[in-house]
Design a protein around this ligand. Structure first.
Ligand code: MN
Length: 751
C-alpha cells in the first residue's frame, strides 16, 4: 500500500517539474522572439548562457505566486527587449539581475563566463544589485535615491532594467500580502513613476500610475475601468465617425499614416474627476485621437502642420488648446502637435499629430532616443538633463533630504520658456527664478549676479519666471553667493552651485586654522593625515573643512583641542580623563576663559553698556544671547543688532563698513529670545508632531510659540518658533532634536 502512495506522489512531483520546465522553455522562447535588435553569434551564445545560469541559480526558488522564480528574470528580459527595445547586453543583464543578490552566483562568476563582454555585464549586474539594496527597509529613502541616481549617470541601462523589473513586480503584485503591496506601490509612485516620466518612458509611467491606483484606490479604479468598458462600443463608434472625413482627405495625400483612438489612462481620468469635481459621464476627453504619419525626418514638421490643417478644415479648433511640441519639444524629449477640436454632437476631442519617430520617442523616451541619435535636429535633451544630474551629484549638500527635494523639483512636470537678450530660448522648470536662469546659462553668471532685468525692468533676483520673459543678468565680479540665495532658487543646479560656492568660502576661511593645526601637529611629531581624521571623528564633524572652519571662528580652539589629545608613540591619542570636553559641550559650556565677565543679560556696544544706545534686534536673524553679533547703524531705523552669520552680514560688512559697530552679549540673560528652527526628517506616519513637541516642551522645558509642519511623500519639514534664554539652551535643544529618531536635520533659520 505504502509503495503505491509513494509512487503517486513521485509522479505528481515529476509532472510538476515537467510543467515548470515547459513553462520556462515557453517563456524563454517568447523572449527570443521578442528580441528585435540584430545579434551576432557571441550575443546569441551569451543570451543562452545567461538563461542557463539563471535557471540553474534560481532552481530552488519560487515566487509568491508559486511559479518557478526564474520566470521573473525571463519576463523582465522580455520587457526590456519588447517594451523598451533594449539590446543584447541589457537582456543578458536582465536575465541575471537577481542572481548575485539571491543566489550563490558571484560577480566573478559572471565576469568569467562572458569572456570579453564579462566586465561590462558584471558592472551592470552589480549596479542592479546595489539598487536592490537601496530599497531595503532599514536604510533611508532619501539616501537611497541618491544611489539610484549615481547608477543612472553611470549607465542608464541599469535604471531602465530596474524599471522593467519594477513593472513586472507591479504587474504580478496580486500574490503579495496587502501591506507589502502598499509599500511597493508607494515606492513606485514616489520614485519610479516620476523617473519614468523624466526619462520619457510614457507608457511605463502610465502603467505605473494605473497599477499604483489599483492598489491604493481599488474602488475608484475598478469603477472607472468598468465604466470605460461599458462605454467602449459607443466610444469606438464615435471615434470612427470622427475620423472618417479626416481619413478621406488624408488618403489623397502622398504619405502613409495611421490613426488610433484610445482611452486615456484610468489614473488621469480619475485625476480629472477629482480636480474638476465632475462625474465620469460628464468628462468629455476620455480619449485622444492620434494621427501618426510615416515620413522622413526632414518632412515631419511640415507634414504635421499639413495634417493639422486638414483636421481643422473639418472641425473647428479651440485656439487656446493648441500645443506645439513639434517646434519646441518638452524637456523630456516629447514631440507632438496637440489640438482640441469640436467634434460631432459638440463634443471636444483632442487630436495628437506626430510622426512615427516622435511616437516612439513619446512612448519609450530615452530608450528610443538612442536609436534616433542625430536624426532629429533637436539637441539631445537627455544629455543635457544627465549633465545636470551629474552636476548635482558632484556637488551634494550634506543633507540627503534636501538633495531629494532638489531633485524632485528637477523631475518637473511643467516648464517655462524664457529668452536671453539675444533671443535664444531657454527652458526651465516652472517656478524657476531669474537667479536660476543666471545659473542655467553659466555658473559664473550665477555667482556674480547682482541684479536682473526682465523685459528691461529691474526685478528681484528671486523673481519667478513667466513664459516669454526676456532676461538680462547684471553682474559684478565682487559679488558672491550667500546662504540667502538658496531661498531664491528652485533648480537643483543652482542650489548645488550655491552650496559648493559657500563650501569653498568656508574652506578659504579655514585655511589659516588649517596651517596652524598643521604646525601644531608637526611639533608633536605625529602623522598629519591620521591625526586630522581622528579630530574630525572625535569632534563629530562631517568634514575637515568644517573642522578648520570652526577653528577659524574660535568655536573650537587649538589649545582646547590639545587639552584632550596627546602624542603617544608617534600617534595622536585621546587623553583619558573624567571630564572630556566634546564639541557640543564645548559649544554650550560658558566660555569662561575667553570672555571677561560682562553685565549679565545686557548688550555691550563698542565696549559700552548697550543701554546707552537705542538698539533693536534684527528680525532677519533674531539674535539670541550668546550669539556672535554686531551692530549696524541703519539709515532710518536706528541701531540694529545682527548675528555675524546673518545672511545680510557679508553684504553689510562689505559695503557699509563705516556703519558697523562692535557688539557683544553679557552672559546669563534674564530675557527670552525668539528663534526659529527648521527641522527636516523622514515622515514615518502620525506622531511626528507629538514627538517633537514632547521633546521640546516636556523634556527641554522650552516654550513653543508656533509650530508648522508640512509633509511631502515620505519626508516632512517643520518650523518651530521657540523662546530660549541663550545660545547654550538653543544648542542643547538643537542637539537633542537632532538625536531624535528619523530627524535628519535641524537648522536655525537664517544662519
Ligand atoms: Mn527582480
Amino acid at each position: 500500500m505504502a509503495e503505491t502512495v509513494d509512487t503517486i506522489i513521485e509522479e505528481k512531483q515529476l509532472s510538476q517539474e515537467e510543467q515548470d520546465k515547459q513553462a520556462i522553455t515557453r517563456n524563454y522562447r517568447r523572449l527570443l522572439e521578442s528580441i528585435k535588435s540584430n545579434m551576432d553569434e557571441t550575443d546569441k551564445n551569451n543570451v543562452r548562457l545567461a538563461f542557463e545560469l539563471a535557471v540553474e541559480a534560481h532552481k530552488e526558488q519560487r515566487r509568491k505566486s508559486g511559479e518557478p522564480y526564474v520566470l521573473h528574470p525571463i519576463e523582465v528580459a522580455r520587457i526590456c527587449a519588447e517594451e523598451i527595445g533594449l539590446g543584447p547586453t541589457a537582456i543578458i543583464c536582465a536575465l541575471l539581475h537577481d542572481t548575485v543578490e539571491d543566489t550563490p552566483v558571484t560577480l566573478e562568476d559572471i565576469k568569467e563566463r562572458f569572456g570579453e563582454r564579462g566586465d561590462n555585464i558584471a558592472k551592470i549586474v552589480d549596479g542592479l544589485t546595489k539598487l536592490d539594496h537601496a530599497y531595503s527597509a532599514t536604510s533611508k529613502q532619501a539616501e537611497n535615491f541618491r544611489k539610484v541616481l549615481l547608477t543612472l549617470v553611470q549607465d542608464v541601462r541599469v535604471v531602465l532594467i530596474k524599471m522593467a523589473d519594477r513593472l513586472h513586480n507591479m504587474r504580478t503584485l496580486g500574490a503579495m500580502p496587502r501591506h507589502k503591496q502598499l509599500k511597493i506601490a508607494a515606492e513606485t509612485s514616489y520614485i519610479y513613476a516620476p523617473l519614468a516620466h523624466r526619462l520619457g518612458l510614457y507608457s511605463f509611467k502610465t502603467e505605473f500610475e494605473d497599477l499604483c491606483m489599483k492598489i491604493t484606490e481599488p474602488e475608484m479604479y475598478h469603477s472607472i475601468a468598468k465604466k470605460l468598458n461599458e462605454t467602449k462600443r459607443a466610444r469606438l463608434d464615435y471615434i470612427n465617425n470622427f475620423i472618417e472625413p479626416i481619413q478621406k482627405n488624408l488618403d489623397e495625400e502622398l504619405f502613409s499614416y495611421r490613426t488610433t483612438g484610445r482611452p486615456k489612462s484610468i489614473y488621469s481620468i480619475s485625476n480629472k474627476i477629482k480636480k474638476k469635481d465632475t462625474p465620469f459621464e460628464e468628462i468629455y476627453d476620455l480619449f485622444a485621437i492620434r494621427i501618426i504619419v510615416n515620413v522622413p525626418p526632414k518632412k515631419e514638421k511640415s507634414v504635421c502642420w499639413q495634417v493639422y490643417s486638414e483636421v481643422t478644415d473639418i472641425y473647428r479648433p479651440i485656439p487656446e488648446r493648441l500645443k506645439d511640441w513639434v517646434t519646441t519639444p518638452k524637456s523630456n524629449g516629447y514631440e507632438s502637435l496637440h489640438t482640441t477640436v469640436i467634434g460631432p454632437d459638440g463634443r471636444f476631442v483632442e487630436v495628437q499629430i506626430r510622426s512615427e519617430r516622435m511616437n516612439e520617442i513619446a512612448e519609450r523616451g530615452f530608450a528610443a532616443h538612442w536609436k534616433y541619435k542625430g536624426v532629429s535636429s533637436q539637441p539631445n535633451v537627455y544629455d543635457t538633463w544627465l549633465d545636470s544630474v551629474r552636476d548635482m551629484l558632484e556637488n551634494p549638500g550634506e543633507d540627503a533630504v534636501e538633495f531629494l527635494s532638489d531633485f524632485k523639483t528637477n523631475l518637473f512636470q511643467e516648464e517655462v520658456y524664457v529668452f536671453t537678450p539675444n533671443g535664444d530660448m531657454k527652458t526651465l522648470p516652472k517656478g524657476a527664478t531669474a537667479l536660476d536662469f543666471a545659473f542655467s546659462i553659466h555658473t559664473d553668471l550665477g555667482y556674480h549676479c547682482t541684479g536682473v532685468k526682465v523685459d528691461n525692468r529691474i526685478v528681484p533676483m528671486g523673481h519667478p519666471l513667466k513664459n516669454g520673459d526676456r532676461i538680462e543678468i547684471i553682474t559684478n565680479p565682487k559679488q558672491k553667493p550667500s546662504e540667502a540665495w538658496l531661498k531664491m532658487v528652485k533648480t537643483g543646479r543652482a542650489r548645488s552651485k550655491i552650496r559648493s560656492s559657500m563650501k569653498e568660502e568656508r574652506r578659504k576661511q579655514g585655511e589659516f586654522s588649517k596651517e596652524a593645526l598643521e604646525r601644531k601637529l608637526k611639533n608633536l611629531k605625529v602623522d598629519y593625515e591620521e591625526s586630522v581624521e581622528l579630530l574630525v571623528k572625535q569632534f563629530n564633524y562631517n568634514s575637515r573643512i568644517d573642522l578648520f572652519y570652526d577653528i577659524s571662528l574660535d568655536k573650537l580652539t587649538i589649545p582646547n583641542i590639545f587639552k584632550q589629545f596627546q602624542e603617544q608613540d608617534g600617534k595622536l591619542v585621546v587623553i583619558e580623563t573624567e571630564e572630556k570636553v566634546t564639541k557640543s559641550e564645548e559649544e554650550i559650556l560658558p566660555k569662561k576663559s575667553r570672555r571677561k565677565p560682562l553685565e549679565p543679560g545686557k548688550l555691550l556696544i563698542n565696549d559700552e553698556p548697550g543701554s546707552l544706545y537705542d538698539y533693536s534686534l534684527a528680525s532677519c536673524c533674531n539674535p539670541v544671547s550668546g550669539d556672535r553679533i554686531f551692530g549696524y547703524l541703519t539709515a532710518s531705523a536706528g541701531l540694529k543688532i545682527h548675528r555675524t552669520t546673518c545672511p545680510n552680514a557679508t553684504n553689510l560688512m562689505a559695503n557699509y563698513g563705516y556703519r558697523i559697530m562692535r557688539a557683544e552679549w553679557g552672559r546669563a540673560s534674564e530675557t527670552e529670545f525668539v528663534t526659529t528652527l527648521n527641522i527636516k526628517g523622514i515622515d514615518d506616519g502620525p506622531g511626528v508632531i507629538q514627538r517633537l513637541t514632547n521633546k521640546i516642551s516636556n523634556q527641554l522645558k522650552l516654550n513653543i510659540r508656533s509650530l508648522s509642519i508640512a509633509g511631502n511623500q515620505g519626508y516632512y519639514e517643520a518650523k518651530v518658533s521657540l523662546l530660549v534664554p541663550n545660545t547654550d539652551q538653543l544648542y542643547l535643544a538643537m542637539e537633542a532634536l537632532k538625536n531624535l529618531d528619523n530627524v535628519s536635520n535641524v537648522t536655525r533659520e537664517d544662519s
